[in-house]
Design a protein around this ligand. Sequence first.
Ligand code: ADP
Ligand code: ADP
Ligand code: MG
Length: 678
Amino acid sequence: MALFDKILIANRGEIACRVIRTARHMGIRTVAVHSDADANAMHVAMADEAVRIGESEVTKSYLLADRVLDAALRTGAQAIHPGYGFLSENAAFADAIAAAGLTFIGPSADSIRRMGLKDAAKAIMEEAGVPVVPGYHGEDQDPEMLAAEAERIGYPVLIKAVAGGGGKGMRQVHKAADFPKALEGAMREGKNAFGDERVLIEKYLVKPRHIEVQVFGDTHGNAVHLFERDCSIQRRHQKVIEEAPAPDMPPEMRKAMGDAAVAAARAIDYHGAGTIEFIADVSEGLRPDRFFFMEMNTRLQVEHPVTELITGQDLVEWQIRVAAGEPLPLAQEDLSINGHALEARLYAENPNRMFLPATGKLTRLRFPDGDTGPGGNGLRVDTGVREGDSVTPFYDPMIAKLIVHGKDRAEAIRRMAGLLERTRVAGLVTNVFFLKQLVTHAAFDAADLDTGFIERFSGDLLPPPAETDDTVLALATLSVIAERQATASSAHANDPFSPWDSVSGWRLNDDGREVMTFAAGDAQTEVSVRYCRGGGMVLDLPGGTSVMADAQLDASGELMARLDGHRVNALVARDGHGLTVLRETGQWKLELIDPMDADMDDTQAGGAITAPLPGKLIRVMAADGQKVKKGEALLILEAMKMEHTIAAPHAGIVSAMSFAEGDQVEEGTVLLAIEAEG
Ligand code: ADP
Ligand code: ADP
Ligand code: MG
């Protein structure tokens, strides 16, 4: 069977771009599909052709198997790559593709079916002699029976939606009294996100590491593994940092896990890329008899690049070749581990607010150039967005995957820290500083890993937001002046003697003075600027200091400032009145107060509670006139397939409750108010 001439990618974002890159490298033409929100997305721009498949909501576009298949037939694509998420683990989709005479770049529909539900998968693995996490994974879903099973397994337990994925539909339970409510939550989330409310129950391991093995099979009966990845650094049961190989892995345990993973793949005649996820009990260190099968992902994994970097293989190319009927490019004995690789997931989210996803426009997005070839800097950035694009509430808030390769773990960590420092992202809240804290933490350096890492070190990882100090205010002020000057000088570009061409000596008022007012949080501060006759300026700052200052923007828009003779760099991103000051050490959001602008007036109703992000109200627990305590749950908002509980910030009486269950709300919508009693 010959390789394909043209393939369709049934996905979006970074993974669609990633697949297009390899296809192009192999001389295969590509077709993208897109929703309305993605009409101008990066993956659409990269592909040779693109087809609109529907509206922005995933249920009206990326999840519509028949639209995707139609697009493939219409464009003459011979095969479909599903990426991850969306239709990638949908057996009916794989069947429909085969029925239409096209090729699914993935496993057989039968393999997907057998591994699709966590309970059935565990039963198959038990049969194949692969150790599984102790628990209950039977048919009976009677709540009382499940509670009795939890008792038998012994608390703490973990309830999982059998159809779950991406860390959704899971609840930890520490005592019997909490079981009924947790069960209800897991079932509801499972039903909302996956259309299946069935659950299984597992013993909750207290100090586990998540270690998974990349497997690959072909249609000629070959199966290999490409070693392990450690994905223990998680928040909300979702991976944040992944690495390969797993630190401190004893060779005999690596062999035991690799053998078990290959046995698992063989047990279901697997072909294509797959991942066997294990959980290892590390209360007594890594031991060959202390790892258990958790689930199998029958697709390419988000974190596959770390495996690519240590093995020197392109896994998407392997997928395409295997789908075309070729045998695996390499045998087990040809594969070896070279160096160490790390991946960090850059998300639009607020680590200080329980990692609440954020949306908005990427007013800035710059990464250093990467080169993972021999003699290169070991950096790779996989992204699906460009500067100026938006992170919308419709899809996953991942902005990019920052990936590094080094000769050993220490070098990989240093490279990652550098990559994070030189990543410029503004316009919305991200976890970039959180990631930097993570990879530079002493316990991470010591590879003291387990899935509780982030929680355990949250005090170090989530320092309170940095104070807006005089330096930050000085940089904000200088950026406003430098930007004004850059605009003015481009307007006078033909006049080399234009007085507008120099920041120093630039005079707005006759007395050479100007006051700028900034708001940071609730506080307002003023910076007074004195333009000196001889050039430069003096900034009188609210902290009581005065500095001699001078600044200009370089070609990329970075601010190069001199403060009392000390050169400092910063990126100050501007979005309307909003200013984001980005430095290696942190990020500050300010607002420039323009006294002439009337719509700056944002009077907020006293005690009003607004929606933190757009979504659907799935539960309304509070009613008008109700007395609530501080911290009491008022509403549950479902956004990005996750539940966010909105609690009372202070005690009081609920009023102005304007919505009911099932209502869709926009970010910033006033949901209700809480009036203090009295
Ligand atoms: P992994 O083990 O590969 O991290 P997960 O199940 O945690 O697997 O993550 C896959 C999830 O990624 C999907 O469930 C979905 O929510 C999300 N997703 C799907 N498509 C995309 C995409 N194009 N870009 C970013 N995230 C996506
Ligand atoms: P998903 O399909 O959402 O990826 P998994 O079953 O793979 O669900 O579990 C996701 C994460 O939850 C794991 O990586 C691990 O951190 C945690 N987890 C899962 N099962 C257990 C368990 N039995 N004990 C402790 N943690 C667990
Ligand atoms: Mg998983």
